[in-house]
Design a binder for this molecule. Structure first.
Ligand SMILES: Nc1ncnc2c1ncn2[C@@H]1O[C@H](COP(=O)(O)OP(=O)(O)O)[C@@H](O)[C@H]1O
Ligand SMILES: [Mg+2]
Length: 375
């Protein structure tokens, strides 16, 4: 931490109310600004376009001139140095009503169209009926479905944040895709680590952009995969310097500005115990995805065989027994696909148990038990 008292020799802008109240004496962790231009237009000036080429340098510059300023969401900060009176609107400050210090992370949201469209959303050809088992998750999805279909019906009682957890390959991503597909709405499918950037503040700004884009395109569904990778439990946060910033911005966005904005966030993890407790408490429900039981494995096997390009002569009862502890993904990718490929390589016209045995031997099946990373 820098500890010189730089703030004392910097001329502070006089337009802001300094903190006089103890309850506001907290330090801003991060701040997201939007370039707002001049408070009035006059003929000589064209609408200015601000481009920040060096984010790190800008942050330093911003902290130097606004150090000690009390900020809240929606207020404006005015530049007094390079472009006097140029305004920045405060899109977000965490915590609310806090004071800019040398430790505040300050970013300006990029509002260019090009940048916005870099957050992609797609549609997928997956249906609820393709998902075997996971009844709890399907029930919750039905509720989310009803909400996103008609947000007004829910008033301030909207579903907001849901956690899917359980063994890999059990249908978490698949269910989110089916939900978005059946509703024909946007799905923001984000791998959590893609939210981390090179510079301090990148993550806060990406997270803000993600939620901002979703609410502009509401109704929409956000699916954050592997949330534990960025929202690590406090006791592990010292391992990674940027975690606090990410956790704080996620918290702000998950709380949302309005209780009913037509956006639902589903986060997924294999290991819920490694998630930061403040984040974990924001989920109104935690839904477990279990490995398929005998009947469910049978159904998954049958569903997949329906799309086999070759004929098959398989003892399904035996397949069900042999595949204990396999996930839906294992059944498809490790068992059936490997067997099919083996038959094709050997110029066979029919997939049989020999190919299944080949697949089982090849994958010397490892147990897919969920083991805590830090347990
Ligand atoms: N419950 C299930 N029913 C049918 N297929 C499943 C199921 N779970 C997994 N699969 C198959 O495994 C693939 C991968 O599942 P996925 O949803 O990505 O798992 P997760 O996100 O839980 O790791 C799916 O595309 C599907 O082919
Ligand atoms: Mg997944």
């Amino acid at each position: 931490m820098k500890s010189d008292n730089k703030s004392s020799n910097i001329k502070k802008s006089e337009v802001f109310v300094r903190s006089t109240n103890d309850s506001t004496e907290n330090e801003a962790k991060y701040l997201i600004l939007e370039s707002a231009g001049y408070p009035f237009n006059f003929a000589l000036l064209e609408g200015p376009h601000l481009e920040i080429s060096d984010k790190v340098l800008f942050e330093q510059y911003a902290i130097e001139q606004w150090n000690g300023t009390l900020v809240k969401t929606g207020s404006y900060l005015f530049d007094q140095k390079i472009i006097p009176d140029y305004a920045f609107k405060v899109l977000k400050v965490f915590p609310e009503n806090s004071i800019i210090s040398e430790n505040t992370s300050i970013v300006v949201a990029d509002d260019s169209k090009e940048k916005r469209s870099s957050i992609k959303s797609k549609n997928y050809d997956v249906h609820f009926s393709d998902i075997v088992g996971q009844e709890n998750a399907k029930n919750k999805s039905k509720l989310i479905y009803k909400y996103l279909q008609n947000p007004d019906l829910f008033g301030s009682w909207a579903p907001k944040n849901v956690l899917f957890y359980g063994a890999p390959g059990t249908g978490k991503t698949m269910l989110a895709k089916a939900l978005a597909n059946e509703l024909n709405i946007r799905l923001y499918l984000v791998k959590s680590t893609s939210l981390i950037g090179e510079h301090v503040g990148d993550a806060a700004s990406r997270i803000h952009e993600l939620f901002d884009s979703a609410s502009k395109n509401a109704p929409a569904l956000i699916f954050i995969d592997e949330i534990d990778a960025i929202a690590l439990h406090r006791s592990f946060q010292s391992l990674r310097g940027d975690v606090a910033e990410i956790v704080n911005s996620l918290l702000t966005e998950m709380d949302g500005i309005s209780p009913n904005d037509g956006v639902v966030t589903i986060a997924a993890t294999n290991n819920p115990s490694s998630i930061d407790f403040a984040i974990r408490s924001r989920f109104e429900e935690e839904i477990e995805f279990k490995l398929p039981n005998d009947d469910e494995r049978r159904k998954i096997i049958e569903l997949n065989l329906n799309t086999f390009p070759l004929d098959y002569d398989l003892d399904i009862d035996k397949l069900v027994k042999l595949s204990k502890r396999m996930s839906g993904r294992d059944l498809k990718e490790k068992l059936l696909k490997t067997a099919l490929h083996n038959a094709i390589i050997n110029d066979k016209e029919i997939v049989d148990m020999e190919d299944i045995n080949f697949a089982l031997n090849l994958n010397k099946y490892k147990q897919t038990e969920v083991k805590g990373m830090f347990e």
